[in-house]
Design a protein around this ligand. Structure first.
Ligand SMILES: [Zn+2]
Length: 279
């Protein structure tokens, strides 16, 4: 395995930084939780069974032998390797037909700071309400699938170009199965955050309401949510009531959704889990 990796220097090879949670969050392994250890072992190609003491021992053995780096693998269906290829520009891109005459050819950048506010209502309105009434039944599916695509890290990149009060967005979304190419999605956004039109390179993207477009829209929604939160924290810190003696909620950094972890409630854990699965 190691020799194989070393010999293919031209091939894109994953490293720990490319895989969410492939590194332990704390230096002291004993302080890490069982799920954190299991994730680490999984990424390093090790067995993940056993009690915490077994996992810690295995961790130490692997680190000693450097095995976790030799055996490093993508535990999430190949999405991280595909992402890396897209970001390195070595992945085939599929453009939607006839979009180039509507969208600018250059001037796209990654700074989304001034983007109009996109929220779930906007996404719903575009994906469901503005869709052709005859197709109403099939439109909720891309919404659900798109959200899952987004959460699984299939949305790789979003760039923007604003011209004459219109926002032209280009995003790259990986397909669910064969990750040998990436779809380019183009979205035209109005200053009020409404989606004017969208185009995707996939075969189902003709009407601009496929899973990939939905994934890109959820990415924008999440970005706007995080941006608003950050702005609120920055501007209203002094005008807020006393907060230093209030138990603080743990706040994570702003992360790509593929790296996000959903909070686990210890109390009534099973009940919550059941409730969520019912939704
Ligand atoms: Zn598509």
């Amino acid at each position: 395995m190691a020799a194989e990796k070393a010999s293919c220097s031209k091939k894109v090879v994953l490293c720990e930084e490319d895989i969410p949670r492939a590194k332990l969050p704390r230096e002291n392994v004993e302080e890490c939780t069982v799920p954190q250890l299991r994730r680490w072992l999984l990424c390093g190609g090790a067995k993940t069974s056993g009690k915490k003491a077994d996992l810690v021992k295995r961790y130490k053995d692997y680190v000693k032998g450097g095995l976790h780096l030799k055996n490093l693998r993508d535990p999430d269906g190949g999405v991280h390797l595909a992402r890396k290829k897209v970001l390195l520009g070595v992945m085939d891109e599929v453009d939607p037909p006839h979009v180039t005459d509507i969208f600018p050819k250059d001037g796209f950048h990654e700074d989304l700071t001034d983007l109009p506010f996109v929220n779930f209502g906007t996404v719903w309105k575009y994906m469901i309400e503005s869709s052709n009434a005859k197709k109403q039944l099939s439109t909720a599916k891309p919404l659900v699938k798109g959200f899952n695509f987004f959460k699984s890290g299939n949305l790789v990149k979003v760039t923007v170009c604003s011209r004459e009060n219109k926002w032209y967005l280009k995003s790259q979304v990986l397909p669910s199965m064969k990750k040998s190419s990436v779809y380019n999605c183009f979205i035209l956004l109005l200053p009020n955050g409404h989606i004017k039109s969208a185009y995707c390179g996939c075969p189902a993207g003709v009407d601009g309401r496929c899973n990939h477009i939905a994934a890109a829209l959820f990415g924008l929604e999440e970005f706007c949510k995080q941006r608003e939160k950050q702005q609120q924290e920055q501007t209203s810190r002094t005008s807020q009531p006393c907060t230093w003696n209030v138990p603080r909620k743990r706040k994570g950094e702003v992360l790509p959704i593929s790296q996000m972890k959903f909070k686990k409630h210890e109390h009534g854990k099973e009940k919550k889990a059941k409730e969520r699965s019912r939704i």
